[in-house]
Write a protein that binds this ligand. Structure first.
Ligand SMILES: [Zn+2]
Length: 350
């Protein structure tokens, strides 16, 4: 449980390590054999990255990854505009961002713009590699992303430095920490060029018509992006499997945001983590999420709430991921949903 304890310590600091390392830590301590949590040796193995897959005309998707001994990469959405590509979320690891760049290079398409849904490094970290390679790239994100880079990341970096200095920190955790500290060292490259406003608005990037807005719930400022031509909606970590990533969440605003998202005219949803969903899948996920939050306010045992979550998701959650979901929910109930009043309100506005 050592890694788990350290992840929890990092989460207490509220750093961007939290979302990733705490769940990765759980993956490490749970005997997980999920599709989404494929076991692999962390050391000496060639890093793998998923394949870019077509979703619709001019729309592609690079799936998320989340494996033992390694922090996650969020999914990326790629949109073809008249003047080049728009990428929504850039992953954490160099393999993920490198795959985006290589895919664009092979198609001889310039990457014109990036939108980051939120500040967690598994959605933002790849900006550093892309920015280094493509100096003219314009990045767009909420004000919360700028604030996290300027305020949270230095504090989180100091926490990580302390963890590295602790001889009890194991090798897998050290590797994860070093990857994040390298991104912190380049955090000027993560800053958005354009700060997205909260109110929904129509914009054009690289000649592609988008509707974009910012809600709160996952991270204090979570952008959504609707590709108007295809009806594809990128929601960042408002939707994640095998469980909601609640590390920096405000459950109440998240619940409200899900209603606003459902009102948008989309046909498919690209979650931050997990497979692409239909509108009906999204509605099912939302119902399961509401049920989970309600269960957390009851005196039912975590295992019961967790079983209801699995049952409500039905086919959205592969059987092999159920154990991972239960482990994560046990953690989030203790740390967030059934934490002290202070824990529960920590990431809420006001
Ligand atoms: Zn994420």
């Amino acid at each position: 449980m050592l890694r788990f304890a350290m992840a929890t310590a990092a989460m207490a600091a509220g750093g961007p390590l939290a979302a990733a390392l705490s769940v990765a830590a759980l993956a490490a301590v749970q005997p997980v054999t999920a599709q989404t949590l494929t076991l692999r040796p962390a050391e000496g193995a060639a890093a793998r990255v998923g394949e870019v897959q077509p979703l619709a005309d001019g729309v592609w998707w690079l799936p998320s990854r989340f494996e033992r001994g390694r922090q996650p990469d969020g999914a990326s959405l790629i949109l073809q505009g008249r003047e080049g590509l728009v990428i929504i979320d850039t992953g954490r690891h160099a393999e993920h961002a490198g795959a985006l760049r290589e895919w664009a290079r092979r198609r001889a398409q310039p990457i014109r713009a990036v939108i980051n849904t939120h500040w967690h490094l598994d959605h933002l970290g790849g900006n550093a590699l892309l920015r280094r390679a493509l100096p003219g790239l314009r990045t767009h994100a909420s004000a919360a992303v700028r604030e996290a880079i300027e305020r949270r990341m230095p504090a989180s970096d100091a926490d990580l430095a302390r963890m590295l200095a602790d001889p009890a920190t194991d090798a897998d955790t050290r590797r994860m920490i070093e990857i994040d500290r390298a991104l912190y060292a380049e955090r000027a490259l993560l800053l958005p060029d354009v700060v997205l406003e909260e109110a929904p608005r129509d914009i054009e990037l690289a000649g592609r018509a988008l509707r974009v807005g910012v809600l709160r719930g996952v991270s204090g400022g979570d952008a959504w992006v609707l590709d108007r031509a295809s009806g594809t909606l990128a929601v960042g970590d408002f939707v994640t499997l095998p469980a909601p990533f609640l590390d920096t969440a405000c459950a109440e605003t998240w619940r409200a945001a899900m209603g606003e998202l459902e009102a948008l005219p989309f046909e498919r949803v690209v979650p931050g983590h997990g497979p692409v969903m239909s509108r009906d899948d999204f509605k099912r996920y939302r119902r399961a999420f509401e049920g989970l939050l309600l269960c957390a306010t009851s005196d039912k045992p975590v295992a019961e709430c967790s079983a209801a979550w699995v049952a409500d998701l039905g086919p959205l959650l592969p059987a092999a991921s159920q154990r991972a979901a239960a482990g994560m929910l046990q953690h989030y109930f203790a740390e967030r949903l059934r934490g002290s009043a202070e824990d529960r309100a920590r990431f809420c506005p006001g």
